[in-house]
Design a protein. Structure first.
Length: 822
């Protein structure tokens, strides 16, 4: 039966055949010049590699970090004050239940809180990261379990057995991913729970090891929990803008019942899930992605220049094809097909290289800076992105050479059979412009990298106000069931301090509810007797033992420290830092003044008298991170509430060598008491303070170095090509008496014009773009003159080095040979 051929088929077949013909011809061209092809493919592959790897991070951390159903409809209820920075999304159990029952905007509301969970397993007791949540948490989040089930209404019936759901990582780590774990009993916080399910790998809601579904009742503190995070799923059609009228009366009633629990001036609204649990490096990832974009443009300009140089040498071939009937569109398509072939090979190589680069990036991601649910892999969306930029780059670097060469003068090109084919004015201008762009873009990258390097150096040189080299710290989260009141908790820690201080190699030990230089145990407002306060910013409250300031080397300025008798009698005394005195008592003697802490009068402390007499002043020490301003702080005896849980040990030897001995003292006091976070302060500084800026520096520096390398290659290529094009002119100059120094100056003058123009444009662009980096900088101005000067000097040096090789070749030109040069 004869095949029926439609008009569309007849039209498409010549196009396909023509493309295949162009493709085969392009392969022959690339094979004909393997050196050229290798340089072009590698240059472009470096840019695609970096872009693919960074997009993988962006996609996993920023664009698609959470696996939860319709994550954009998950909202937290936030309350904030126009007079203060920050906001709150935490509520007491009673407040949560009030909002959950009265609201009309959510189809489901859950409560959750992260809590220390004691697992009394065989061997040493373990502290798990537990998520105490409402029974409906898994349904609202919209993710089914990997194995087993999640809570059902039957589990909420009074008297029903307590259940637990395991996180995937904990299940894999502790039970070897054994599916028979279902039905086992786990003693958690002295309550036996039955394991009913295991969640999938990406279900890491608040990074929990184990989820404790719990029934919440008014007036009760399930698992010792007082504050919970409220999260709701909006009903279809409800927007955040419509939420305020619904929530206002609820919060107003709560405020009337508990005046001190809410700001005097307050607002209420919704906060998206992505805003509630953001990546700590989201902004820097976008900046690095922009840096990768600049690197990719440099690579495109480099390859475009290479193609333009080669296309100029092929002008006679192209002119001959045109004379035989090839249209300009046909010639452009042929050249673009060659570009597409190059970019496809470069894209494949770049994607393969990106796998290795991605592993390196993940290795330097700061701990705790990305959501636990994030999955950073090269998957289908990332590969599609890589394919897309491969096609995009083919157009970017291929179109300019194709258009320039196809515009050439046919007759003139055919007549060029004597001295070779020189570049026209348009081609020379295009080639030079690309080199200028490469230099400018590389300067922008270098400025960004240098500013980040200076930021890291500034952070590492911060005066902490403490000693950090001989400090061992550990967390001892006491069970609220076994240590229910301040007296029992204090007795435990006092005996622990006594035991630890008698260990060989220990100079002193101290207790705190927080830890310098990272955070205090509590930040709250204070009231000073006889002082009218206009600044309502929170004060850091440290609940400490007698020797805490001695352990950290925080010197006493005036007054005195606490005595053992005062700690034992739970005396209401306080020690202020210098920032506290400057803010609240700048013109008066702080000693003897009373500072009230209203928050201590509320649960769980419930202290009737919350006034503390200031008996001493100590030097300032970093207390909210290295890049934050030192906050006013008060030190009060930890024995008053007994809520301290950090032990700090000052050693006269390597702190890590004492970790086991100190931990054993805890187990000697209570075999069922877990010990966590056994670290030196230096290692904590490295992970919590230095790792973030260092992550930015490493990637920025690598991208800048690649950009600089490509720019140098571009400068070398253009100058070398210019020398080749002007060999006849150089020979004439030397024949007329020009010295080698004159030739050297001629070449350097040509290269210098391009480099200096690129530097000028790059400086202007850097000054304009620097504001984008400002939030990531610390201790250095975005327009730092030293940074700009050093980068300019570096570019001049490497630029002139790139000109040196072709300049040397020009100096060795033989006039007689050059005069006959073709």
């Amino acid at each position: 039966m004869p095949r029926i051929r439609t008009g569309a088929t007849e039209m498409s077949e010549p196009i396909i055949q023509s493309f295949l013909q162009d493709f085969r011809y392009g392969v022959r061209i690339l094979r004909k010049s393997p050196g050229f092809s290798a340089i072009a493919i590698l240059s472009l592959a470096l840019g695609i590699m970096a872009a693919t790897a960074m997009y993988s991070v962006i996609y996993g951390v920023v664009l698609n970090p959470f696996p939860y159903r319709d994550v954009d409809s998950l909202m937290s209820v936030k309350i904030w004050s126009p007079d203060q920075s920050g906001y709150r999304v935490g509520y007491t159990v009673d407040q949560f239940l009030e909002i959950a029952e009265r609201n009309t905007i959510f189809e489901g509301v859950i409560a959750s809180t992260i809590s220390d969970v004691l697992w009394s397993s065989q061997g040493e007791p373990q502290r798990l990261r537990g998520n105490v949540c409402t029974m409906n948490a898994f349904d609202v989040m919209g993710v089914p379990p990997l194995i087993g089930r999640t809570p059902t209404p039957a589990d909420a019936v009074p008297g029903a057995p307590s259940v637990a759901v395991l996180g995937y990582k904990f299940w894999n780590r502790q039970f070897g991913a054994d599916p028979t774990v279902l039905g086992r009993q786990m003693p958690l916080n002295e309550t036996t729970r039955t394991i009913i399910g295991v969640m999938p790998p990406r279900f890491m809601f608040r990074g929990a090891d184990v989820y404790l579904p719990t029934i919440f009742h008014r007036g009760q503190l399930p698992e010792g929990v007082r504050y919970v995070h409220l999260l709701g799923r909006l009903k279809p059609g409800v927007t955040p803008a419509k939420s305020e009228p619904d929530l206002l009366p609820i919060i107003a009633d709560l405020k009337q019942r508990e005046p001190t629990a809410f700001p005097e001036k307050w607002r209420v609204g919704l906060l998206s899930f992505k805003e509630t649990f953001p990546s700590g490096i989201r902004e820097v990832l976008w900046i690095l992605f922009g840096a990768v974009g600049l690197l990719l443009l440099i690579a495109c300009a480099n390859v475009s220049n290479l193609l333009l140089s080669r296309a100029i040498s092929r002008q006679r071939e192209i002119a001959l094809r045109a004379s035989l009937g090839a249209t300009r569109a046909r010639l452009v398509r042929q050249l673009l097909t060659e570009s597409l072939l190059l970019s496809t090979l470069a894209g494949a190589l770049g994607a393969v290289m990106a796998f290795g680069v991605l592993r390196a990036i993940i290795a330097v991601v700061p701990p705790g800076s990305i959501p636990d649910e994030s999955q950073i892999v090269i998957d289908r969306p990332v590969l599609l992105f890589s394919l897309g930029i491969s096609f995009f780059t083919a157009l970017v670097f291929g179109l300019t050479p194709a258009l320039h060469v196809s515009r050439g003068q046919l007759v003139a090109a055919l007549k060029e059979s004597g001295r070779g084919i020189g570049a026209g004015i348009r081609q020379v201008f295009a080639s030079n412009a690309m080199v200028v762009a490469e230099v400018a873009l590389s300067l922008v990258l270098l400025v960004g990298a240098t500013l980040m390097i200076r930021t890291v150096l500034a952070i590492q040189n911060v005066n902490l106000g403490i000693r950090a080299d001989r400090l061992l710290t550990l967390r001892v989260p006491l069970s609220t069931q076994r240590y229910a009141d301040a007296a029992h908790r204090t007795a435990f820690f006092e005996e622990l301090l006594r035991r630890v201080e008698h260990l060989p190699g220990v100079d002193a030990a101290g207790i705190n509810a927080g830890m310098h230089p990272f955070f205090g145990g509590m930040e709250t407002s204070v009231e000073i007797s006889g002082v009218t306060q206009t600044d309502t910013s929170p004060v850091v409250i440290h609940q400490v033992s007698r020797d805490y300031t001695k352990v950290f080397g925080i010197a006493l300025v005036e007054g005195r420290l606490f005595t053992d008798n005062e700690l034992a009698s739970r005396s209401h005394l306080a020690i202020a830092n210098q920032s506290f005195v400057r803010r609240y008592l700048p013109n008066s003697d702080p000693l003897g003044r009373l500072a009230s802490i209203p928050r201590l009068a509320t649960a769980p402390s419930n202290i009737t008298d919350n006034a503390f007499q200031i008996v001493g002043v100590v030097k300032d020490a970093v207390n909210r991170g290295l890049t934050s301003e030192i906050a006013p702080e008060l030190y009060i005896p930890y024995t008053i509430t007994g809520t301290a849980n950090y032990l700090a040990v000052l050693t006269n030897t390597d702190p890590t060598s004492l970790a086991k001995a100190v931990t054993e003292q805890v187990y000697a006091l209570d075999p069922n008491q877990p010990v966590t976070d056994v670290r030196t302060v230096n290692s904590l500084l490295n992970d919590w303070e230095y790792a973030g800026p260092r992550f930015s520096v490493v990637l920025f520096a690598v991208f800048a170095a690649l950009g600089l390398t490509l720019a140098v290659v571009g400068v070398y290529g253009v100058v070398s090509n210019a020398v080749s094009q002007r060999t006849h002119e150089i020979g004439v100059r030397k024949a007329l008496g020009a010295a080698s120094a004159d030739v050297l100056l001629l070449v350097f003058r040509f290269g210098a014009r391009l480099i200096l123009l690129g530097i000028g444009i790059g400086l202007a662009a850097s000054l304009a773009i620097a504001r984008i980096l400002s939030n990531q900088l610390w201790g250095v101005s975005p327009h730092d003159p030293l940074t700009l000067f050093s980068v300019v000097v570096l570019l001049l040096l490497v630029g002139f080095l790139a000109c040196w090789v072709p300049a040397r070749r020009a100096m060795r030109v033989d006039p007689l040979v050059a005069l006959r040069y073709e």
